[in-house]
Ligand binder design. Structure first.
Ligand code: AMP
Ligand code: TRP
Length: 327
Protein backbone atom coordinates (compact mmCIF):
# COMPACT_ATOMS: atom_id res chain seq x y z
CA UNK A 1 0.00 0.00 0.00
CA UNK A 2 1.24 3.48 -0.71
CA UNK A 3 1.46 5.82 2.20
CA UNK A 4 0.59 9.46 2.57
CA UNK A 5 2.48 10.96 5.46
CA UNK A 6 1.77 14.12 7.42
CA UNK A 7 3.32 15.54 10.55
CA UNK A 8 3.99 18.90 12.15
CA UNK A 9 5.73 20.72 14.96
CA UNK A 10 4.67 23.94 16.68
CA UNK A 11 7.05 26.90 16.27
CA UNK A 12 7.58 27.35 19.98
CA UNK A 13 11.35 27.77 19.81
CA UNK A 14 14.40 26.07 18.36
CA UNK A 15 14.06 22.34 17.96
CA UNK A 16 15.78 20.11 20.50
CA UNK A 17 17.15 16.56 20.59
CA UNK A 18 13.76 15.23 21.73
CA UNK A 19 12.10 16.67 18.61
CA UNK A 20 14.84 15.21 16.45
CA UNK A 21 14.97 11.74 17.97
CA UNK A 22 11.24 11.50 18.67
CA UNK A 23 10.04 12.95 15.39
CA UNK A 24 12.29 14.26 12.62
CA UNK A 25 14.68 11.30 12.46
CA UNK A 26 11.66 9.17 11.84
CA UNK A 27 10.43 11.54 9.12
CA UNK A 28 13.75 11.37 7.30
CA UNK A 29 13.58 7.58 7.23
CA UNK A 30 10.02 7.71 5.94
CA UNK A 31 10.78 10.17 3.14
CA UNK A 32 13.13 7.59 1.59
CA UNK A 33 10.82 4.59 1.75
CA UNK A 34 9.58 3.27 -1.61
CA UNK A 35 6.00 2.95 -0.35
CA UNK A 36 5.87 6.65 0.58
CA UNK A 37 3.67 8.24 -2.07
CA UNK A 38 3.68 11.72 -0.54
CA UNK A 39 5.08 13.22 2.66
CA UNK A 40 4.14 16.64 4.01
CA UNK A 41 5.81 18.25 7.01
CA UNK A 42 4.40 21.41 8.49
CA UNK A 43 5.17 24.11 10.97
CA UNK A 44 1.83 24.20 12.73
CA UNK A 45 1.74 27.91 13.49
CA UNK A 46 -2.04 27.95 14.11
CA UNK A 47 -1.48 25.38 16.85
CA UNK A 48 1.36 27.47 18.23
CA UNK A 49 -0.92 30.43 18.97
CA UNK A 50 -3.06 28.37 21.37
CA UNK A 51 -0.41 28.95 24.05
CA UNK A 52 1.50 32.17 24.89
CA UNK A 53 3.62 33.48 22.00
CA UNK A 54 5.37 36.66 20.92
CA UNK A 55 4.05 38.26 17.71
CA UNK A 56 7.37 40.07 17.22
CA UNK A 57 9.39 36.87 16.88
CA UNK A 58 6.72 34.43 15.76
CA UNK A 59 7.37 34.62 12.02
CA UNK A 60 11.08 34.02 12.56
CA UNK A 61 10.34 31.12 14.92
CA UNK A 62 8.31 29.42 12.20
CA UNK A 63 11.17 29.98 9.75
CA UNK A 64 13.63 28.56 12.32
CA UNK A 65 11.71 25.31 12.35
CA UNK A 66 11.75 25.14 8.54
CA UNK A 67 15.52 25.73 8.60
CA UNK A 68 15.90 22.99 11.21
CA UNK A 69 13.85 20.61 9.03
CA UNK A 70 16.02 21.27 5.99
CA UNK A 71 19.31 21.14 7.91
CA UNK A 72 18.30 17.86 9.55
CA UNK A 73 17.90 16.27 6.13
CA UNK A 74 14.33 16.64 4.95
CA UNK A 75 14.76 16.84 1.18
CA UNK A 76 12.60 19.38 -0.64
CA UNK A 77 12.71 17.20 -3.76
CA UNK A 78 10.95 14.41 -1.90
CA UNK A 79 8.68 16.15 0.61
CA UNK A 80 6.47 19.21 0.88
CA UNK A 81 7.35 21.66 3.64
CA UNK A 82 4.74 24.19 4.67
CA UNK A 83 3.43 26.69 7.16
CA UNK A 84 -0.01 25.60 8.31
CA UNK A 85 -1.51 29.11 8.33
CA UNK A 86 -0.63 29.57 4.64
CA UNK A 87 -2.90 26.69 3.57
CA UNK A 88 -6.28 27.86 4.79
CA UNK A 89 -8.01 24.61 3.81
CA UNK A 90 -6.78 23.15 7.13
CA UNK A 91 -8.82 25.57 9.22
CA UNK A 92 -11.80 25.30 6.90
CA UNK A 93 -11.93 21.53 7.37
CA UNK A 94 -11.41 22.01 11.11
CA UNK A 95 -14.55 24.15 11.23
CA UNK A 96 -16.51 21.41 9.50
CA UNK A 97 -15.15 18.81 11.93
CA UNK A 98 -16.15 21.09 14.82
CA UNK A 99 -19.75 20.55 13.89
CA UNK A 100 -19.50 16.77 14.33
CA UNK A 101 -17.13 16.52 17.32
CA UNK A 102 -18.75 16.29 20.77
CA UNK A 103 -17.15 18.58 23.37
CA UNK A 104 -16.88 15.55 25.68
CA UNK A 105 -14.31 14.01 23.29
CA UNK A 106 -12.09 17.05 23.83
CA UNK A 107 -12.31 18.17 27.43
CA UNK A 108 -11.17 14.81 28.77
CA UNK A 109 -7.91 14.75 26.76
CA UNK A 110 -4.73 14.68 28.91
CA UNK A 111 -2.95 17.15 26.59
CA UNK A 112 -5.70 19.76 27.12
CA UNK A 113 -5.65 19.29 30.90
CA UNK A 114 -1.85 19.59 31.05
CA UNK A 115 -1.75 22.77 28.98
CA UNK A 116 -4.46 24.30 31.10
CA UNK A 117 -2.44 23.62 34.21
CA UNK A 118 0.61 25.30 32.63
CA UNK A 119 -1.24 28.41 31.45
CA UNK A 120 -4.64 28.64 33.20
CA UNK A 121 -5.39 32.03 31.59
CA UNK A 122 -5.38 30.39 28.17
CA UNK A 123 -8.60 28.45 28.70
CA UNK A 124 -10.05 29.41 25.35
CA UNK A 125 -11.86 27.60 22.54
CA UNK A 126 -8.64 27.23 20.55
CA UNK A 127 -6.91 25.19 23.22
CA UNK A 128 -9.89 22.88 23.59
CA UNK A 129 -10.22 22.64 19.82
CA UNK A 130 -6.51 22.01 19.19
CA UNK A 131 -6.97 18.28 18.42
CA UNK A 132 -9.76 18.97 15.90
CA UNK A 133 -7.40 21.19 13.89
CA UNK A 134 -4.80 18.43 14.12
CA UNK A 135 -7.34 15.93 12.74
CA UNK A 136 -7.99 18.37 9.87
CA UNK A 137 -4.22 18.73 9.22
CA UNK A 138 -3.98 14.99 8.76
CA UNK A 139 -7.22 14.26 6.93
CA UNK A 140 -7.13 17.21 4.51
CA UNK A 141 -4.38 15.28 2.64
CA UNK A 142 -6.06 11.91 3.31
CA UNK A 143 -2.86 10.94 5.11
CA UNK A 144 -2.73 7.48 6.59
CA UNK A 145 0.62 7.51 8.42
CA UNK A 146 1.48 10.11 11.06
CA UNK A 147 4.95 10.00 12.59
CA UNK A 148 4.75 11.49 16.10
CA UNK A 149 5.96 10.95 19.65
CA UNK A 150 3.85 8.72 21.88
CA UNK A 151 2.40 11.73 23.72
CA UNK A 152 0.34 12.37 20.57
CA UNK A 153 -1.49 9.03 20.61
CA UNK A 154 -4.72 10.42 22.10
CA UNK A 155 -4.86 12.91 19.21
CA UNK A 156 -4.40 10.17 16.62
CA UNK A 157 -7.20 8.17 18.25
CA UNK A 158 -9.42 11.24 18.13
CA UNK A 159 -8.57 11.80 14.45
CA UNK A 160 -9.84 8.29 13.73
CA UNK A 161 -13.00 8.90 15.75
CA UNK A 162 -13.74 12.06 13.80
CA UNK A 163 -13.02 10.31 10.46
CA UNK A 164 -15.36 7.45 11.40
CA UNK A 165 -18.10 9.81 12.43
CA UNK A 166 -17.78 11.83 9.23
CA UNK A 167 -17.92 8.63 7.14
CA UNK A 168 -20.99 7.39 8.94
CA UNK A 169 -22.81 10.70 8.54
CA UNK A 170 -21.83 11.65 5.00
CA UNK A 171 -20.46 8.52 3.31
CA UNK A 172 -17.04 6.82 3.13
CA UNK A 173 -14.45 9.58 2.69
CA UNK A 174 -11.52 8.96 5.07
CA UNK A 175 -9.46 5.82 5.70
CA UNK A 176 -8.01 4.97 9.12
CA UNK A 177 -4.86 6.78 10.23
CA UNK A 178 -1.90 5.09 11.91
CA UNK A 179 0.69 6.67 14.20
CA UNK A 180 4.28 5.78 13.41
CA UNK A 181 6.31 5.83 16.64
CA UNK A 182 10.09 6.24 16.68
CA UNK A 183 12.43 4.13 18.81
CA UNK A 184 13.61 7.16 20.75
CA UNK A 185 9.99 8.07 21.23
CA UNK A 186 10.54 9.76 24.57
CA UNK A 187 13.68 11.72 25.38
CA UNK A 188 13.58 13.04 28.91
CA UNK A 189 14.61 16.35 30.45
CA UNK A 190 18.24 16.63 31.58
CA UNK A 191 17.09 18.38 34.76
CA UNK A 192 13.93 16.42 35.59
CA UNK A 193 14.27 13.03 33.92
CA UNK A 194 10.71 12.00 34.72
CA UNK A 195 9.46 14.77 32.41
CA UNK A 196 10.00 14.91 28.66
CA UNK A 197 12.73 17.10 27.23
CA UNK A 198 11.36 20.53 26.32
CA UNK A 199 12.63 23.87 25.11
CA UNK A 200 13.10 25.52 28.49
CA UNK A 201 16.45 26.40 30.08
CA UNK A 202 18.95 23.62 30.70
CA UNK A 203 16.24 21.06 30.27
CA UNK A 204 17.04 20.21 26.70
CA UNK A 205 19.75 20.46 24.07
CA UNK A 206 18.79 22.57 21.07
CA UNK A 207 19.97 21.26 17.70
CA UNK A 208 21.71 24.60 17.27
CA UNK A 209 23.53 24.62 20.64
CA UNK A 210 27.28 25.27 20.34
CA UNK A 211 29.66 22.54 21.62
CA UNK A 212 30.44 24.54 24.79
CA UNK A 213 26.77 24.93 25.60
CA UNK A 214 26.26 21.20 25.05
CA UNK A 215 29.18 20.35 27.38
CA UNK A 216 27.82 22.68 30.06
CA UNK A 217 24.28 21.30 29.88
CA UNK A 218 25.37 17.66 30.00
CA UNK A 219 27.76 18.38 32.85
CA UNK A 220 24.87 19.92 34.79
CA UNK A 221 22.46 17.09 33.95
CA UNK A 222 21.10 15.44 37.10
CA UNK A 223 22.16 11.87 37.90
CA UNK A 224 20.61 9.11 40.02
CA UNK A 225 21.72 7.67 43.33
CA UNK A 226 24.30 4.90 43.01
CA UNK A 227 27.42 5.13 40.87
CA UNK A 228 26.73 2.43 38.29
CA UNK A 229 26.09 3.45 34.73
CA UNK A 230 23.32 1.01 33.91
CA UNK A 231 20.12 1.17 31.94
CA UNK A 232 17.13 0.92 34.27
CA UNK A 233 14.47 3.55 33.46
CA UNK A 234 12.49 2.72 36.63
CA UNK A 235 15.27 3.02 39.20
CA UNK A 236 17.70 5.16 37.24
CA UNK A 237 15.72 7.47 34.97
CA UNK A 238 18.47 10.08 34.59
CA UNK A 239 21.34 7.85 33.50
CA UNK A 240 19.00 5.69 31.41
CA UNK A 241 18.00 8.79 29.47
CA UNK A 242 21.66 9.73 28.91
CA UNK A 243 22.40 6.16 27.78
CA UNK A 244 19.47 6.34 25.36
CA UNK A 245 20.74 9.61 23.87
CA UNK A 246 24.24 8.12 23.51
CA UNK A 247 22.85 4.96 21.90
CA UNK A 248 20.65 6.81 19.42
CA UNK A 249 23.37 9.25 18.35
CA UNK A 250 26.44 6.97 18.37
CA UNK A 251 24.61 3.91 17.05
CA UNK A 252 26.24 1.74 19.75
CA UNK A 253 24.11 -0.80 21.59
CA UNK A 254 23.16 0.21 25.14
CA UNK A 255 24.82 -2.98 26.50
CA UNK A 256 28.10 -2.10 24.87
CA UNK A 257 28.01 1.45 26.27
CA UNK A 258 27.32 0.01 29.74
CA UNK A 259 30.33 -2.29 29.33
CA UNK A 260 32.53 0.55 28.11
CA UNK A 261 31.79 2.57 31.28
CA UNK A 262 31.75 -0.30 33.76
CA UNK A 263 33.57 0.91 36.88
CA UNK A 264 34.08 4.39 35.41
CA UNK A 265 32.75 7.68 36.73
CA UNK A 266 29.65 9.60 35.73
CA UNK A 267 31.81 12.58 34.83
CA UNK A 268 33.85 10.53 32.36
CA UNK A 269 30.66 9.18 30.78
CA UNK A 270 29.14 12.64 30.63
CA UNK A 271 32.13 14.30 29.03
CA UNK A 272 32.29 11.56 26.36
CA UNK A 273 28.55 11.89 25.78
CA UNK A 274 28.93 15.64 25.27
CA UNK A 275 31.44 14.93 22.47
CA UNK A 276 29.10 12.36 20.90
CA UNK A 277 26.30 14.95 20.86
CA UNK A 278 28.51 17.80 19.60
CA UNK A 279 29.98 15.63 16.82
CA UNK A 280 26.55 14.45 15.80
CA UNK A 281 25.22 18.01 15.57
CA UNK A 282 28.21 19.51 13.74
CA UNK A 283 27.14 18.70 10.15
CA UNK A 284 23.59 19.78 10.98
CA UNK A 285 24.83 23.15 12.22
CA UNK A 286 27.03 23.65 9.16
CA UNK A 287 24.11 22.97 6.81
CA UNK A 288 21.92 25.33 8.78
CA UNK A 289 24.44 28.15 8.38
CA UNK A 290 24.52 27.61 4.62
CA UNK A 291 20.74 27.80 4.45
CA UNK A 292 20.61 30.95 6.56
CA UNK A 293 22.89 32.57 4.00
CA UNK A 294 20.45 31.74 1.19
CA UNK A 295 17.02 32.69 2.47
CA UNK A 296 15.58 33.40 -0.99
CA UNK A 297 16.12 29.75 -1.83
CA UNK A 298 14.29 28.71 1.34
CA UNK A 299 11.43 31.14 0.84
CA UNK A 300 10.91 30.17 -2.82
CA UNK A 301 10.92 26.53 -1.92
CA UNK A 302 8.28 27.10 0.77
CA UNK A 303 5.97 29.04 -1.53
CA UNK A 304 6.19 26.34 -4.20
CA UNK A 305 5.56 23.62 -1.63
CA UNK A 306 2.57 25.46 -0.17
CA UNK A 307 1.04 25.87 -3.64
CA UNK A 308 1.17 22.12 -4.18
CA UNK A 309 -0.24 21.48 -0.71
CA UNK A 310 -3.15 23.85 -1.40
CA UNK A 311 -4.05 21.95 -4.55
CA UNK A 312 -4.13 18.62 -2.73
CA UNK A 313 -6.04 20.08 0.21
CA UNK A 314 -8.64 21.74 -1.98
CA UNK A 315 -9.50 18.40 -3.60
CA UNK A 316 -10.43 16.89 -0.24
CA UNK A 317 -12.28 20.01 0.85
CA UNK A 318 -14.37 19.99 -2.33
CA UNK A 319 -15.21 16.33 -1.80
CA UNK A 320 -16.20 16.98 1.81
CA UNK A 321 -18.32 20.00 0.94
CA UNK A 322 -20.03 18.15 -1.89
CA UNK A 323 -20.92 15.25 0.42
CA UNK A 324 -22.35 17.70 2.93
CA UNK A 325 -24.45 19.61 0.44
CA UNK A 326 -22.33 22.73 0.74
CA UNK A 327 -21.13 22.62 -2.85
P1 AMP B 1 6.38 19.79 20.23
O1 AMP B 1 7.73 20.40 20.35
O2 AMP B 1 5.77 19.46 21.54
O3 AMP B 1 5.47 20.51 19.27
O4 AMP B 1 6.62 18.36 19.58
C1 AMP B 1 6.96 18.17 18.25
C2 AMP B 1 7.22 16.70 17.97
O5 AMP B 1 8.36 16.25 18.70
C3 AMP B 1 6.07 15.76 18.38
O6 AMP B 1 5.97 14.71 17.45
C4 AMP B 1 6.48 15.26 19.73
O7 AMP B 1 5.93 14.02 20.03
C5 AMP B 1 8.00 15.20 19.58
N1 AMP B 1 8.65 15.45 20.87
C6 AMP B 1 8.62 16.60 21.59
N2 AMP B 1 9.35 16.47 22.71
C7 AMP B 1 9.83 15.21 22.70
C8 AMP B 1 10.66 14.47 23.59
N3 AMP B 1 11.15 14.99 24.70
N4 AMP B 1 10.98 13.20 23.25
C9 AMP B 1 10.52 12.67 22.12
N5 AMP B 1 9.75 13.30 21.23
C10 AMP B 1 9.39 14.56 21.52
N1 TRP C 1 -0.01 18.26 18.21
C1 TRP C 1 1.31 18.05 17.68
C2 TRP C 1 2.34 18.27 18.80
O1 TRP C 1 2.05 18.91 19.77
C3 TRP C 1 1.61 18.96 16.52
C4 TRP C 1 0.70 18.70 15.37
C5 TRP C 1 -0.28 19.52 14.90
C6 TRP C 1 0.69 17.55 14.53
N2 TRP C 1 -0.89 18.99 13.83
C7 TRP C 1 -0.33 17.78 13.58
C8 TRP C 1 1.43 16.37 14.51
C9 TRP C 1 -0.64 16.82 12.61
C10 TRP C 1 1.12 15.44 13.54
C11 TRP C 1 0.10 15.64 12.60
O2 TRP C 1 3.43 17.82 18.67
Amino acid sequence: MSNRIFSGIRPSGKLHLGNYLGAIKNWIELQDKPDTEQAIFAVVDYHGITTPFDPKTYKQQAMDVILDYLAAGLAPKKVLLMRQSRVSQHTELAWIFNTITPVSWLDRLPTYREQLEKSPKYNHMGLLDYPVLMAADILIYKSNVVPVGEDQMPHIDLTNEIAKKFNSMFGQTFDPVKAHLAEGARIMSLQEPTKKMSKTGDDGIALSDAPDVIREKIKKAVTDSGKEIIYDPEKKPAVSNLLTIHHLLSGKAIKSIENEYFGKSYSEFKSDLAEVVADFLKPFQERRKELEADMTYVEDLLIESEEKAKEMAQKTLDEVKTRMGLL
